[in-house]
Design a protein around this ligand. Structure first.
Ligand SMILES: Cc1cc2nc3c(=O)[nH]c(=O)nc-3n(C[C@H](O)[C@H](O)[C@H](O)COP(=O)(O)OP(=O)(O)OC[C@H]3O[C@@H](n4cnc5c(N)ncnc54)[C@H](O)[C@@H]3O)c2cc1C
Ligand code: SF4
Length: 328
């Protein structure tokens, strides 16, 4: 049986108190729903002496529409996101992603903030201490080599959070709280290409809120996920797409983001070329080829990278088909 290492639990009731506790206990970690951090602690992937719980912090579970944005508190559960009629109407691709995260019990516990700050995953890392020791550990913890990229000097464990690529295509911003007050970033800037720590969060900062601009005009959005078992598994590949389409059917802007590749979700570049075009067969084929060119699944997940790469244009096509059928 895997047991938890000892730790002291703190239950702040305000954001300021949570920030102060993080500052007072170097190495402390936040815990929201605990669906990621507790299994990781049981595997001894981390053993923080202090856990700062966010359950009792006031105001983190709000959902409100204000100043042309839908504001989502970091402690909203994944189930709440999936079931919210407002989210479903305004941002159907976010609903679709939320309802495909993990399984029902995990969605009841897991939160939006925890999903955004989910630790990166790797077949050579998310294992017991005994297993990792037998392999000789790796760069992410206790070791000096990477088993995915031979000779690699940077961990490329996979960003596996399904909400991140969706939020990137929807132009979301994330609000952080820290000792100096707060700061707000476009969601894509929350992530860096380092599998050891793939966010720019400082040790005494936390995610408090997401802001999604309410779409103006006709914005179509889709989300598609490849996984072994549709009932529970982490993504082998997730593709999110959003496009603003003019009344005459021509594209104003198009965004595509992919996760479960390397350490950060990847936003496709060069999509301005599609402005003024129609969402037709030649565009779908070109977009699929572009995704294959820019996205390189690695051997960090226990399924053939080559097959995952072959599936990219398939998921792009399905995401677009979904975007065209779900009412915006
Ligand atoms: C079997 C299984 C399947 C899963 N499948 C999926 C899947 O398909 N897709 C997917 O995306 N995820 C999946 N998950 C991961 C996880 O359940 C979800 O990502 C969930 O949303 C994590 O939220 P949490 O509140 O439980 O996070 P926690 O475990 O509480 O925290 C996760 C990390 O985020 C940090 N954190 C939490 N809240 C904040 C905050 N407000 N600010 C800053 N840091 C914070 C914690 O310190 C920790 O490092 C799966 C997990 C399991 C066990
Ligand atoms: S990508 Fe390499 S360094 Fe990172 S967890 Fe996997 S094996 Fe370890």
């Amino acid at each position: 049986m895997l047991t938890l290492p000892p730790f002291e639990y703190h239950a702040p009731t305000s954001v300021e108190e949570a920030v102060a506790l993080l500052g007072a206990h170097p190495g402390a970690k936040l815990i929201a729903g605990g669906t990621d951090i507790l299994p990781n602690m049981k595997h001894r992937l981390l053993s923080p002496a202090h856990l700062v719980g966010l359950k009792a912090v006031r105001g983190l579970s709000d959902m409100k529409e204000e100043d042309g944005c839908l504001r989502l508190g970091a402690m909203l559960t994944i189930a709440e996101l999936a079931k919210s009629p407002r989210v479903r109407t305004l941002f159907p691709s976010l609903s679709r992603a939320a309802e495909q995260i993990a399984g029902p019990q995990l969605r009841e516990m897991g939160t939006l903030g925890g999903n955004l700050c989910l630790d990166t995953r790797c077949i050579y890392f998310n294992q017991t201490h005994f297993w990792r020791k037998a392999l000789g550990f790796c760069l992410k913890k206790d070791g000096t080599v990477c088993h995915v990229v031979k000779g690699g000097t940077r961990c490329v464990a996979a960003a596996s959070n399904d909400t991140a690529p969706v939020l990137m295509t929807l132009g979301a911003t994330v609000r952080l709280a820290g000792p100096a007050g707060g700061r707000e970033l476009p969601i894509g800037e929350l992530y860096v290409a380092d599998g050891v720590a793939n966010t720019v969060l400082r040790p005494d900062e936390l995610v408090v809120e997401l802001r999604l601009p309410v779409p103006e005009g006709r914005v179509l959005a889709g989300f598609q996920k490849l996984r072994v078992r549709a009932s529970i598994d982490f993504p082998l590949l997730s593709v999110a797409l959003a496009a603003k389409v003019e009344a005459d059917g021509r594209v104003d802007w198009l965004r595509l983001a992919v996760t479960a590749l390397g350490a950060r979700p990847h936003s496709l570049g060069g999509l301005e070329r599609f402005a003024g075009r129609r969402l037709d067969e030649p565009l779908i084929a070109e977009l699929g080829r572009l995704a294959q060119k820019q996205c390189h699944p690695l051997g960090n997940i226990d399924v053939e990278p080559q097959w995952r790469r072959q599936m990219l244009p398939v998921l792009v096509r399905r995401a677009l088909a979904e975007a065209l059928t779900v009412p915006a």
